[in-house]
Design a protein around this ligand. Structure first.
Ligand code: UT7
Length: 327
């Protein structure tokens, strides 16, 4: 078995920006409520002309440039998204637009855990020697699926994309991981299909329809995250033979600042080692982890040799954590 290194990050620039004061004109909410309960001050939303594919291509291009690779050198592209531009998948279009002619590309759906699931999936291909260079993209445009009249959900989400380059290497820098599902809590967070019966002929009926808005039982998801995320991180750390005090930065899915604070407290991690950009982006689903990661790498906070924990949680319910050494 070969090893895996993470060698570059990138993100897409998304505008316009929608702040809490503007949102307060749409629904009965306030900047004070949103900041106190979530830590979010503003989110970014794609323009009407943009889609997930556009954001994913931009994030991947920036990650490849950071890694010093050309698209032609990429052999695998995994697009973690729950909001593809096409239900058949958007990864093929990303492959084409990138000019990654040699790469196999596919979508992976695991909601807000999608990026962590994607990195672990890509790593398996690299460790077996099947491929040598992969790009994992987390991209979501949840603004298309939010009920903008529902204050319980519309204040939380934003659009975005981030990406990371993985390369096969003699030394393994993916030190441990743990992925989990709890389908028994599936109803807590859904973007569900709703079809109307349409009789075709004799006793044959199909359904035709569309997807409902995002529906969430916020308190249940909150409890799930605060209890299970520290556990999944501990398991990944155990596999890596490390403890939380040996980790330089925790890069968690950005859903709520209170969740980040509670996880940090449970793991006895000082706040400055729990990265957050929630105030500026809100919850960008599969994109949130690679966006925070990219910001921290480009600002110089994360440096070669640093030990990182990446952890995601969300619809499914899904959760996962991985431990890696950067660079
Ligand atoms: O990425 C997917 C993972 N998702 C998550 O991790 C989300 C996890 N859950 C959460 O982050 C929190 O549960 C929320 C931020 C969604 C909600 O915070 P909360 O402290 O659990 O609030 P709540 O749902 O208990 O609501 C408290 C009150 C309610 O009013 P009453 O019934 O006490 O009169 C809500 O109607 O706040 C009200 N409320 C609002 N008020 C102003 C709910 N949303 C809003 C709002 N503005 N936007």
């Amino acid at each position: 078995m070969l090893g895996v290194r993470l060698t570059g990050t990138g993100r897409a620039e998304v505008s316009p920006r929608l702040d809490n004061h503007q949102l307060s004109q749409l629904v009965d909410t306030s900047d004070e409520w949103i900041v106190t309960r979530t830590g979010i001050r503003a989110r970014r939303l794609v323009s009407a002309e943009q889609g997930v594919t556009d954001l994913a291509v931009q994030a991947a291009q920036n990650a490849l440039a950071a890694a010093g690779l050309t698209p032609f050198e990429v052999e695998l592209i995994i697009l973690a998204t729950s909001t593809p531009d096409d239900l058949f998948g958007s990864a093929s279009l990303v492959q084409d637009r990138l000019g990654a002619k040699r790469a196999v590309a596919f979508d992976l759906t695991a909601a807000c855990s999608g990026f962590v699931f994607g990195v672990v999936t890509a790593a398996q291909f690299l460790k077996t020697g099947a491929y040598r260079r992969a790009v994992v993209i987390g991209a979501d445009v949840l603004s298309r699926w939010v009920d903008w009249q529902d204050r319980r959900t519309c204040v939380l989400f934003g659009d975005g994309a981030g990406a990371v380059v993985l390369e096969a290497s003699a030394q393994d820098r993916l030190l441990g991981f743990e992925l989990q599902n709890d389908g028994s809590q599936n109803a807590c967070l859904t973007l569900a299909y709703q079809g109307q019966p349409r009789p075709l002929i004799d006793d044959v009926t199909v359904t035709l329809g569309a997807y409902q808005f995002i529906a969430m039982n916020g308190q249940e998801v909150y409890k799930f995250a605060v209890k299970r995320v520290p556990e999944v991180i501990e398991k990944a750390l155990f596999r890596a033979g490390l403890t939380s005090d040996q980790v330089d930065y925790f890069v968690l899915h950005q859903a709520n600042q209170r969740i980040l604070d509670a996880v940090a407290a449970k793991l006895a991690v000082p706040p400055e080692r729990m990265l957050s950009n929630l105030d500026r982006y809100g919850n960008t689903s599969a994109a949130s982890i690679p966006i925070v990661l990219d910001e921290a790498v480009r600002s110089g906070h994360i440096q070669a040799g640093h030990t990182l924990v990446l952890a995601g949680f969300g619809a499914g319910l899904t959760l996962g954590a991985l431990v890696c050494r950067w660079g």
